[in-house]
Design a protein around this ligand. Structure first.
Ligand code: ADP
Length: 333
């Protein structure tokens, strides 16, 4: 059998490995450890381990990073193994697990419950009841599809896959299509659409632009009480060669302190309606990323001072002018 070069493997590891004798003297440290302490590996031999690591804690902070210390003992030596604990990542991961499990479990439980009821009591249910139950099953399936689509979007964003197909898009007709979908979902909200004259086409990915508008309009209706009106305005932006789209609601609004947090992933801000509404806290994170990838920006103004003062989200996207298209083509090269 081929001899395995363990020392070489340990040298390549992305974590700290340290071997210490019964006298707490270092007998071996891998290069990761030496580079972490800016020291020459040969100089370390014989030094006391507690000059570097704490005696009574299982974590240590080195150069702003927290490392978890794992220790194994055998007859002769102690083996220290340090791995980085990225608290930011851990938080994102635990938020992810709690949001996704809640967002998956709730619709699945509801779908199973209504399907069970129909299977067990099919003969006793009238047509209207069956129609109602099937409607709920469809609505909950749509909620699952939206969650899966959002999760796929963030995984694409994370691996920096820029699979956008940028072309000249007629924002007016796209917004009209999205409004038809949203009006169906929120029949009790009045929606208005104002489109200024002479607004040029935008340079955007058509599907992603629809995804952006669906998220913004869905939020505008979701975070407003029944009959809260939502206004969409399409106009030339103040910034030259850009188009502005504003979505204005008269809903619960967002506290100033929370305005920057709404674009973080898995972040839902507590308000009168978050408990009653469904959401994964991914929508605005995806919206912001997509807009920026298309060369645009998103702004928000909101107030909670007066009841129903509401929020206005404005996005600006490059107009499909010759200059913007050639600039983009150069950037993508
Ligand atoms: P979700 O709606 O799934 O919670 P989003 O990322 O779309 O996630 O939004 C993040 C948070 O921002 C929401 O939980 C909500 O608190 C707040 N928010 C977004 N849009 C609005 C709005 N139009 N009015 C009030 N709050 C909003």
């Amino acid at each position: 059998m081929e001899k395995i070069d363990f020392k070489n493997i340990v040298e390549q590891l992305d974590s700290v490995v340290l071997v210490v004798d019964y006298d707490y003297k270092i007998v071996y440290a891998n290069s990761y450890f030496c580079s972490l302490f800016n020291t020459n590996c040969e100089m370390l031999s014989g030094k006391n381990v507690f000059d570097f690591l704490p005696e009574k804690s299982d974590t240590v902070v080195i150069k702003d990073y927290t490392y978890k210390i794992t220790k194994y003992d055998d007859e002769f030596y102690s083996y220290y193994y340090l791995t980085i604990v990225d608290s930011q990542m851990e938080k994102v991961y635990s938020d992810f697990i709690s949001t996704v499990s809640h967002e998956l479990r709730t619709p699945l439980t509801s779908i199973r419950g209504f399907a069970d009821t129909m299977l067990m009591s099919f003969d006793k249910l009238d047509k209207a009841q069956i129609q109602k139950f099937l409607g709920i099953i469809k609505e909950q399936s749509n909620r699952l599809i939206k969650l899966v689509e959002n999760l796929l979007s963030i995984s694409k964003i994370q691996v920096q896959q820029s699979n956008l197909v940028l072309k000249s898009v007629n924002a007016k007709s796209q917004i009209e299509q999205v409004l038809d979908i949203i009006k169906n979902q929120y029949p009790s909200h009045p929606f208005e659409f104002h489109c200024n004259d002479n607004v040029p086409n935008i340079l955007a990915d058509e599907n992603k632009f629809q995804q952006i508008m669906i998220n913004l309009l869905d939020n505008a209706a979701k975070y407003s009480y029944d009959r809260g009106s939502v206004k969409v305005t399409l106009a030339n932006a103040q910034k030259e060669n850009y188009v502005s789209i504003k979505v204005e609601d008269h809903g619960v609004g967002i506290e100033p302190d929370n305005l920057s947090r709404i674009f973080e992933k898995f972040t839902r801000i507590e308000n009168h309606l978050t408990r009653k509404t469904q959401g994964s806290g991914l929508g605005l994170y995806i919206v912001k990323n997509l807009i920026e990838k298309m060369g645009g920006q998103i702004f928000v103004e909101s107030s909670t001072v007066l009841p129903n003062s509401g929020s206005t989200f404005e996005i600006i996207l490059p107009a499909a002018t010759y200059t913007n298209q050639s600039k983009r083509a150069l950037e993508d090269k």
